[in-house]
Design a protein around this ligand. Structure first.
Ligand code: MBD
Ligand code: FE
Length: 306
């Protein structure tokens, strides 16, 4: 079959078959994706066995809630970032802290505090390196933004996230910090370890067939938002990680790898009541001003809420 025949079939099955009011956007997208899929089946001579193996694959990936992980691993979530960047450049919005993917592991409802929070529950303190991270949220004009919301979440020493990992305490390594009157935030936590896809899961199963690993470098996630400003979804990476520029989700970007200082000055350790050296990261967030000229940055997606 040629492509024109296939497109006619997809229109027949979707558009012409409709005998009651339809959602035109859904029709448009389904006609396109269905036609593209049929063209791939034709052009690649995909066998029925291959086709049903694909159906079973997606069923299993959905049943184990791995489709979000798969979207990250295939580069699709990063592709949405590249498109959002392009839309902002077209709208004349430049500069600001780079965005990068949210990933599938955010949980709404984390405890909120002003200025400072401790993220970790102390359960890994004996083995972990303590981290202090701090900075200012700035607006487009370089003015501090008091009252901005900094949502932060990251993995533990096993590379696992609370809620999804039921062995961790509720909201471990997840907090919402409201910037103080100077636009500043600070948190105490632990240096996380990179995430690896479940080794026996659907995502890793496909990655294996593609000859790819499923590892992420150690990273910390953020949503930074304030009224009148574009919501920033981003992450910072921990420098020195073997996977820093080899992330299976393609999320590492220039500008998101801050230096990590090691503090071992006794006076500073005393001030924080710590008996071993700690890591310190200074990182400011620069938000763009809200504009109708670019698509909104508040993305709706299915998210866990604890
Ligand atoms: C993660 O921690 C993550 O950030 C992404 C994007 C995918 C899987 C696990
Ligand atoms: Fe993550």
């Amino acid at each position: 079959m040629n492509h024109a025949d296939i497109e006619a079939l997809a229109r027949k099955w979707i558009v012409e078959a409709a005998d009651r009011p339809a959602n035109p956007r859904v029709q448009q997208v389904v006609v396109r994706l269905l036609g593209d899929l049929c063209k791939a089946i034709e052009d690649l001579d995909i066998t029925p066995t291959e086709f049903w193996s694909g159906v079973a694959y997606l069923s299993n990936a959905g049943a184990s809630n791995e489709l979000g992980l798969l979207a990250a691993g295939l580069g699709l979530e990063h592709f949405l970032d590249l498109r959002a960047d392009e839309a902002e450049s077209r709208a004349g919005l430049e500069g600001g802290t780079p965005r990068t993917i949210e990933g599938p592991l955010y949980v709404a409802g984390a405890p909120q505090s002003v200025g400072f929070a401790r993220l970790d529950d102390g359960s890994e303190s004996d083995r972990a390196e303590t981290l202090f991270m701090q900075g200012t949220v700035f607006d487009q004009a370089g003015r501090p933004v008091p009252g901005a919301k900094v949502e932060v979440w990251h993995a533990n020493l096993m590379g696992n996230y609370s809620f999804f990992d039921r062995t961790q305490s509720d909201f471990n390594l997840r907090r919402t910090i409201i910037t103080d009157h100077n636009g500043r935030y600070q948190f105490r936590s632990i240096i996380p370890v990179g995430y690896g896809c479940p080794p026996n899961g659907s995502t890793q199963q496909l990655l294996n067939l593609l000859g790819r690993h499923g590892q992420r470098p150690a990273h910390i996630h953020f949503f930074v938002s304030a009224p009148g400003h574009r919501k920033l979804t981003t992450q910072i990476n921990i420098e020195g990680d073997a996977y820093l520029w080899d992330d299976f989700a393609f999320a590492t970007r220039e500008g998101l790898v801050p230096p990590v200082a090691r503090v071992n000055d006794p006076a500073q350790l005393d001030a924080k009541r710590l008996d071993k050296p700690f890591a310190s990261i200074d990182f400011d967030f620069h938000l763009g001003r809200e504009t109708a000229a670019a698509p909104g940055t508040e993305v709706e997606r299915a998210r866990a809420a604890a």
